[in-house]
Design a binder for this molecule. Structure first.
Ligand code: PMP
Length: 686
């Protein structure tokens, strides 16, 4: 849909006059989603019908207009609907508006009253504006109090990520001695002063918020038609602004080509080639559990943006926390400074992580938190005089990130060890834990680690692994007793245990932290991804008091007690405030029940693939569903197929897997599973 949303700060601000004028100047159709206060009439065949006064007003001036829903009572849309036993919704209205605008080169969607006018018990006109994503023309009645109303409205519109394209001031107060259209006379000196000051003050104050004052319409008298030319003349700059916006990229379908071209020619994506990249899809926005593509299609999200968006997208609590914090203090260095968001998030995390973890280091991404964990472990051993303990032991099939230290403990076969063999330190690997999560534990699976440690423990600073679920290294769910056994071995040899909960943390496996399946506390734990609910990057490395104190007491030659790490964006206040809101949102939600439901729906939905040609295994744990294939999948083909099915699933290697937002409804999870089943049935994995 191309055009603008025309709204006012309040009722009786004269926005229909503005829509009418713009309609004439731009040859644009005015679409009125809801019109209340209609007139009852009978048509030529004697049938009762409702006439929309705003449509009449636009047409009288020579514009074009249509009202989609008309009601008799002159009241708020939600009440008028209730009286008519109907219900309007943002999704329904947006659909109807898009259909009505289909063949139009420019539409002006006109609101009803102000921004928060309710459409139903939950949704307002502002929600409709947010859904349509059109730039907004704000009509302000020039009267006492309008500065306050205009600035509040600008803030509300901008807080929804929308552009206020400009303001139109409208003198709705009738001056005492007015010649129609003169625009200069006033009823009294005071009033004239107020109204004139409104123009200059609003231009200045709105300008500071990057909103131009596009027009100042004088009092036009009751016979607007007589002043038509004057109105159009005053509105001409507003019409030019709308035309400029129509010409901007994003409103032009053709511009999408150049966006994708630029992307293809200049931007790297994760693990892709600069010369032969995989296709990408332009996402224009997100909402709830949906990715909205620039071409108008909506996809059910199956990935939670790689484990992060557990609450879905656009969560209001998170947005409010971010907005509050960004206005107060977005970033400040952490060296020599502390702040409330860092302390409050720290407190909250220590309340919920496995007992015994007591110190936190704020890192800027998951990989960096792993780097910090590895350095902590080495510094801990050094503080005890064990200088030789500079290596790590880890099971095959692990994934801990793409920075050098993290890479060195990723799976040596699937990882990037061969490419960077000269660069990476050498660590030690044992077989991937063979025992499945849902089968009886075989103690034999710990033998290799036990034998290794018997002879080489004095080289090892720590064992590092992902608890219970190995993520990017194979989406493998192993038995919690394996983790328990490793904890005991680490204790026996005074080696630290590092649990990388970056993917599993915050409920994904059905427990708040996957370590809880084994009832253990690691010495060091990494958290990231869902920690911030998918809003921004940030992670944390936690340690026990024993680890922190031992490092803290190291003598001068061994670090002098300092933990040797300190990134620029450490403890970024915006991240901390958002993460705190995300953790609170999760804890206040019925997340256990949601994850349990997701597990059931995924089990039911993916079961038909078990034993199908090309399928090696089907497994589900918590809100993670996996179909492992016999051959590596053709990513581009499968991705395209999934998009055609209306879902966002990103397969790789031998894995088609989903981990939807916890807030996903059953029908959407079924749609994700159906898409996978169809791909298998269609032989796309053979
Ligand atoms: N550890 C695990 C278990 C992960 O899944 C990831 C990310 N996929 C990381 C570490 C690295 O985190 P980031 O991408 O934020 O650096």
């Amino acid at each position: 849909m191309k055009g603008c949303f025309v709204t006012a700060t309040d009722t009786e601000a004269g926005k229909t006059l503005v829509s009418a004028g713009l309609s004439c100047l731009l040859h644009a159709l005015v679409l009125k989603p809801v019109q209340t206060g209609c007139l009852q009439e009978t048509d030529s065949e004697g049938k009762a019908m409702l006439r929309a006064p705003d449509v009449d007003a636009v047409e009288r001036l020579g514009g074009m207009a249509r009202a989609l829903h008309c009601y008799l009572p002159p009241c708020s849309p939600h009440l008028a609907c209730e009286l008519a036993r109907e219900r309007l919704s943002v999704a329904g209205l947006a659909r109807e508006l898009r259909t009505a605008a289909q063949d139009e080169s420019c539409v002006l969607v006109e609101g009803a009253g102000g921004l928060y006018v309710p459409l139903n018990e939950q949704e307002s006109l502002l929600d409709l504006m947010q859904e349509l994503k059109l730039p907004v023309i704000l009509v302000v009645a020039n009267r006492l109090g309008c500065l306050n109303q205009a600035l509040l409205s600008i803030e509300a519109v901008q807080s929804r990520g929308l552009e206020v394209a400009g303001l139109v001031l409208n003198r709705v107060v009738e001056p005492e001695h007015c010649d129609p259209g003169c625009g200069s006379c006033a009823s009294s000196e005071d009033e004239a002063r107020i109204l004139n000051d409104n123009v200059t003050s609003l231009a200045r104050m709105a300008g500071r918020r990057h909103v131009p004052l596009l027009a100042d319409i004088p009092w036009l008298g009751s016979d607007v038609l007589a002043c038509r030319e004057k109105l159009l003349e005053r509105l001409a700059p507003a019409a030019r602004r709308v035309q400029e916006l129509l010409a901007e990229p994003g409103q032009e379908a053709g511009s999408r080509e150049s966006l994708l071209d630029f992307d293809r020619n200049h931007l790297w994506h994760p693990y892709t080639s600069a010369t032969n990249p995989l296709p990408v899809y332009e996402v224009a926005s997100t909402r709830a559990n949906r990715l909205c593509l620039a071409d108008g299609r909506e996809l059910v999200d199956g990935m939670s943006s790689w484990w992060c968006a557990v609450h879905g997208y656009g969560n209001e609590r998170l947005i409010a926390a971010m907005t509050r914090q960004v206005q107060r203090m977005s970033h400040v260095m952490f060296g020599g400074i502390t702040h409330r968001p860092a302390v409050e998030l720290g407190r909250r995390l220590l309340d919920i992580v496995p007992r015994g973890l007591d110190w936190l280091f704020y890192a800027d991404s998951g990989s960096v938190s792993v780097e910090v964990a590895l350095k902590m472990a080495v510094q801990y051993q050094q503080s005890l005089g064990r200088a030789k303990r500079q290596h790590f032991l880890t099971p095959m099939g692990g994934y801990h990130g793409d920075t050098q230290g993290a890479m060195s403990v990723c799976d040596p076969v699937n990882g990037m060890h061969v490419l960077f063999s000269g660069l990476l330190p050498r660590h030690y690997f044992v077989e991937r834990p063979a025992c499945r999560f849902d089968e009886p534990f075989d103690p034999q699976s710990l033998e290799e680690a036990r034998t290794f440690l018997q002879s080489r423990a004095d080289e090892i600073a720590a064992v590092i692994l992902e608890p219970v679920v190995q993520g990017a290294g194979g989406m493998w769910f192993y038995h919690p007793d394996y983790l328990k056994g490793l904890r005991e071995l680490c204790d026996a040899y005074d080696i630290l245990l590092i649990c990388d909960e970056i993917a599993t943390g915050f409920g994904r496996t059905g427990r708040l932290f996957a370590c809880e399946w084994a009832g253990i506390t690691p010495d060091i734990m990494c958290l990231g991804k869902a920690l911030c609910g998918g809003m921004m990057t940030g992670a944390v490395t936690l340690a026990t008091r024993r680890v922190a104190q031992s490092i803290g007491q190291a003598p001068a030659g061994l670090g002098g007690g300092l933990l040797m790490h300190g990134p620029t964006f450490m403890a970024n206040p915006l991240f901390c405030a958002t993460a705190l809101a995300s953790v609170d949102e999760l804890l206040a939600s019925p997340w256990q029940e949601r994850v349990r439901n997701l597990q059931t729906w995924l089990q039911e939905g993916l079961a038909p693939n078990d034993g199908q040609p090309g399928v090696r295994d089907v497994r589900v744990l918590g809100a993670i569903g996996v179909v492992e294939t016999e051959k590596p999948v053709n990513m581009a083909t499968l991705q395209r197929f999934f998009v055609e099915q209306g879902v966002w699933i990103r397969p790789f290697d031998h894995l088609i897997y989903v981990m939807p937002p916890f807030t996903s409804p059953k029908e959407d999870v079924q749609q994700l599973c159906r898409a996978i089943t169809r791909a298998v049935d269609a032989g796309l994995i053979l």
